[in-house]
Design a protein around this ligand. Structure first.
Ligand code: ASP
Length: 575
């Protein structure tokens, strides 16, 4: 070893000891014939004292150069209580400059000064030198160990599934990998969904995998093209079993990694209730600000704009922000309503008397009800789900403004609809994925002849885990009947032929004895982000892609050379 000790471990008890240290010159202060250098490694920082013998090294020394120094530990006259090694320093007797650093491209240890995230990502190895980042990498590794140990103790088996495969329908675009067999492509897995189900058919009743998945999706919402899942599948189980195993894993992680005890079982909210009360299928229940229904207050009230919506089958709901917001704050919430496609937002300010547009035209009984409260009411009228979602966004923005998004909320959302209507595609699609089972008793309704409105009402056996308003994971009990699975594809507009071609392996396997099974996948990066309270997924991944989806350090994606393209039979269009 080049060193006898690390820079973080020296204390008073090492007084008089000869040590050899190695690390980066974190800080250099020269005083005439003497210099003080804070030497840093992964474990901490300690002060080296260099006398004039080392003048030719310290005078030209640059920050972040690598040094190896030997010397004696002594107790400092002026101790630095802020530093763990602050009681001691090392009086250096040999010093080697091992690697001299060029001027730094940015202030590594002062993240907010004069740099951009892009620069930090380009020099990620420098950004990772920050203690916070090194702690994150250690945290991540330990959390993985905790997960592996948890599942191993429960007799699960980790199985590696292929990365080169066929597309899995998880709702995002695939990353395709060309082959020299011209025109044939691999797809990188969006999840190991089909493989884990096949492992159940194979008789492995408890599978898990910490696995990389790939989805070519919109990165605006802080996503990454490649991410890590804790993927789980079990046979001979119901929703309860999967939830219990997951609750165990999350609790062990919180207690071992953060010392936080979570109450079990986690609370549950049915999807409809979550939408209705919190305006979201991933409700943040750390604060109230619940949505309230005012449909009956407006029915037949003469308040025509709202009544028209009610007649069309819509609802009137409101969220009350318990603070007398300013006009410009109210306007920021109005913008959320516009984004939700509502031409306007009715707001009423209430503190002893009502104010706001049309406040005095509201039904009288309602005016009396509102005037008793202190705050601003935001009313919307329209189709239920749209009203809920938009008010849900206003609720979140209000909580942000009032500083309410603190604490911890962990819960399950259950009873998701099996299907949803996709506006962009103009067709019905699976809310989770097409392998999700409908609730018992609805199987016969899964066929292409069932009217769409009816299909949209069918509940599924899917569940999501939500922490602090973030969807951390989700799963379901699967369809295990090949005829039902085929009808499911039929409803989704996937022809028999196409289904056989894309999912043939699963459908075929179901013909040879398939156990009832289900599972879940937890987004591991997302979970770490929530546990560590980080701003972005990029803060919990060693080498993440940038906001715009590029690998800035590597300079990727990049264009391969012409020879390689030719071999793959690929001609690139000029743009
Ligand atoms: N495969 C699903 C996903 O990755 C999760 C599951 O149903 O187990 O989102």
């Amino acid at each position: 070893m080049l060193r006898t000790h690390t820079c973080g471990e020296l204390r008073k008890k090492h007084k008089g000891k000869k040590v050899v240290l190695a690390g980066w010159a974190h800080n250099i202060r020269v005083f005439g014939n003497k210099a003080f250098v804070d030497l840093r490694d992964r474990y901490g920082l300690v002060q080296l004292v260099l006398d004039k013998r080392f003048k030719n090294i310290y005078l030209g020394l640059t920050r972040e150069s690598v040094l190896v120094a030997s010397g004696k530990v002594r107790v400092k006259k002026e101790q630095n209580p802020k530093l763990e090694t602050g009681e001691v320093e090392v009086e250096v007797d040999t010093l080697a400059l091992v690697s001299k650093a060029k001027p730094l491209p940015f202030e590594i240890f002062n993240p907010d000064v004069d740099t951009t995230e892009e620069t930090r990502l380009k020099y990620r190895y420098l950004d990772l030198r920050r203690a916070e980042m090194l702690r994150m990498l250690e945290f991540r590794f330990k959390a993985e160990m905790v997960v592996r140990e948890y599942f191993s103790l429960k007799n699960f088996v980790e199985v590696e599934t292929p990365l080169l495969s066929r597309p899995t329908p998880e709702g995002a675009r695939d990353f395709l990998v060309p082959t020299r067999n011209k025109g044939l492509f691999w797809a990188l897995p969006q999840s190991p969904q089909q493989y884990k189900q096949l492992l159940m058919v194979a008789g492995l009743d408890k599978y898990f995998q910490i696995v990389r998945c790939f989805r070519d999706e919109d990165l605006r919402k802080d996503r990454q093209y490649e991410f890590t899942q804790v993927d789980v599948e079990m046979s001979f189980v119901t929703e309860e079993d999967i939830m219990k195993v997951t609750e165990g894993m999350i609790s062990v992680l919180y207690s071992q990694m953060l010392g936080i005890k979570l109450g079990k079982p986690f609370p549950r909210l049915a999807w409809r209730e979550a939408m209705d009360t919190y305006g979201s299928d991933k409700p943040d229940t750390r604060f109230d600000l619940k949505l309230e229904d005012y449909t009956e207050d407006f029915r037949g009230s003469g308040f025509l704009v709202f009544e028209r919506e009610i007649e069309k089958g819509g609802v009137v709901k409101a969220v009350m922000v318990p603070e007398l917001l300013s006009r410009s704050e109210i306007e920021s919430f109005e913008r959320i309503a516009k984004r939700g496609d509502f031409p306007g937002l009715l707001w009423v300010k209430s503190s002893k008397e009502l104010s706001g547009p049309l406040a005095n035209r509201l039904p009288e009984k309602l005016q009396k009800k509102l005037v008793r409260k202190n705050g601003v009411f935001f009313f919307l009228a329209g189709p239920w789900q749209k009203v809920c979602t938009t008010l849900g966004n206003i609720r979140l923005a209000a909580a942000e403004k009032l500083g309410l998004r603190k604490g911890l909320s962990v819960l399950w959302v259950t009873d998701f609809p099996l299907f949803e209507w996709s506006e962009t595609e103009g067709r019905i699609q699976a809310m989770h994925h097409p392998f999700t089972s409908p609730k018992k008793g609805y199987e016969s309704e899964i066929n292409p002849d069932t009217p769409i409105e009816r299909l949209l009402e069918i509940p599924s056996r899917a569940y999501d885990l939500v922490i602090n308003g973030v969807e951390v994971g989700g799963g379901s009990i699967r369809i295990t009947d090949s005829s039902l699975q085929e009808r499911m594809f039929g409803v989704l507009g996937i022809s028999e032929e196409e289904a056989r071609e894309k999912f043939g392996m699963l459908l075929r396997a179901f013909d040879y004895g398939v156990p009832p099974h289900g599972g879940i996948a937890i987004g591991f990066d997302r979970l770490l982000q929530v546990m560590l309270g980080k701003r972005s997924l990029r803060d919990v991944i060693a080498f993440p892609k940038s906001k715009s989806g590029r690998a800035l350090m590597e300079g990727a994606p990049a264009r391969p050379d012409e020879e390689a393209l030719k071999e793959l039979g690929i001609k690139v269009e000029k743009d």
